[in-house]
Design a binder for this molecule. Structure first.
Ligand SMILES: C[S@@+](CC[C@H](N)C(=O)[O-])C[C@H]1O[C@@H](n2cnc3c(N)ncnc32)[C@H](O)[C@@H]1O
Length: 271
């Protein structure tokens, strides 16, 4: 069983197979929807990422913390014409993110770096937006992470969070889940703790939206697809990232959402 966060994300990752599937099925370059099964590793998939676009404007400098395989980075670069930088603790993700990006659209340049969101390798005041999409879930020191976000944001910059938080029945969550094979690597906070930490880091909240109902419906649709033939025959599957255990992870998320062990929220806060 993987025991660190980076092991959790790299153990089953089959980058070679992902690139060879892209090359053979999408020789003209994959589009954002074709890549979504492997590069939108969060509840709600690409549709949830599209909802975040309304918080971005053309030309902004955006930092995606815990960028994974880069799905939202590509979406933001293509649809919102922002300059996007991604950092992720899992080096093999960053490497593959770059390779996928070159096959998707070699004209759009995006920077990736292997770094820890709790200690960012950037100077102060260099980003207009900092985004966390299901990545704070893995960070034990959220206070350090949010202080770092505050430091790299320009004055009046905003943090955008699309995150999982604890629900009232958190103790009933079953593992593995996509972000952790065991409870020790899952660092979900309560909404109260998140609001407290944001305030402490100097943020004032502009909006808080609970997306749990949408996430439940989306997860239900994914389960139906996973039980049918479409996912088995699709060129790209989450199994190439998370292993065959991804189906059990999906069932555990569904159960966690259904019994209110976990919730999904979007928070926008200004510094
Ligand atoms: C559930 S995945 C989400 C990936 C991506 N944001 C997405 O939605 O597709 C969580 C990501 O956070 C990264 N991560 C975990 N802890 C991190 C840390 N301390 N600093 C930077 N990235 C981290 C993991 O390597 C992983 O890629």
């Amino acid at each position: 069983m993987p025991d660190s966060i980076t092991d959790h994300y790299s153990t089953h990752l089959d980058g070679h197979q992902i690139l060879s599937q892209i090359d053979s099925h999408y020789p003209q370059g994959p589009d954002l929807y074709q890549l979504a099964p492997i590069d939108q590793l969060h509840t709600g998939g690409i549709k949830a990422s599209e909802r975040l676009l309304s918080h971005l404007s053309e030309g902004q400098q955006v930092l995606d913390i815990g960028s994974g395989l880069g799905g939202v980075m590509r979406l933001i670069a293509e649809r919102a014409s922002c300059q996007v930088t991604g950092i992720d603790l899992t080096h093999s993700f960053n490497h593959l993110n770059t390779e996928i990006g070159q096959r998707w659209n070699s004209d759009i340049a995006m920077q990736t770096a292997t770094a820890d969101g709790q200690s960012l390798p950037f100077t102060t005041h260099c980003f207009d937006r900092v985004l966390y999409q299901h990545s704070l879930v893995n960070m034990p020191d959220k206070s350090a992470a949010l202080n770092e976000a505050a430091r790299v944001l320009k004055p009046d910059g905003q943090v955008i969070l699309h995150e999982l938080i604890q629900g009232p029945a958190y103790q009933d969550l079953q593992y593995p889940v996509p972000w952790a094979s065991k409870a020790e690597n899952s660092h979900l906070m309560t909404e109260y703790d998140l609001q407290h930490l944001l305030n402490k880091a100097g943020f004032s909240q502009l909006a808080v939206n609970n997306w749990s109902d949408d996430a439940r419906q989306w997860r239900q649709r994914q389960l139906s697809k996973e039980n049918g033939n479409a996912v088995k025959t699709a060129p790209l599957s989450p199994a190439l990232v998370l292993g065959e255990g991804f189906k059990q992870m999906g069932r555990n998320i569904m159960q966690g959402l259904a019994c209110d062990a976990i919730q999904v929220i979007e928070v926008i806060a200004r510094h």
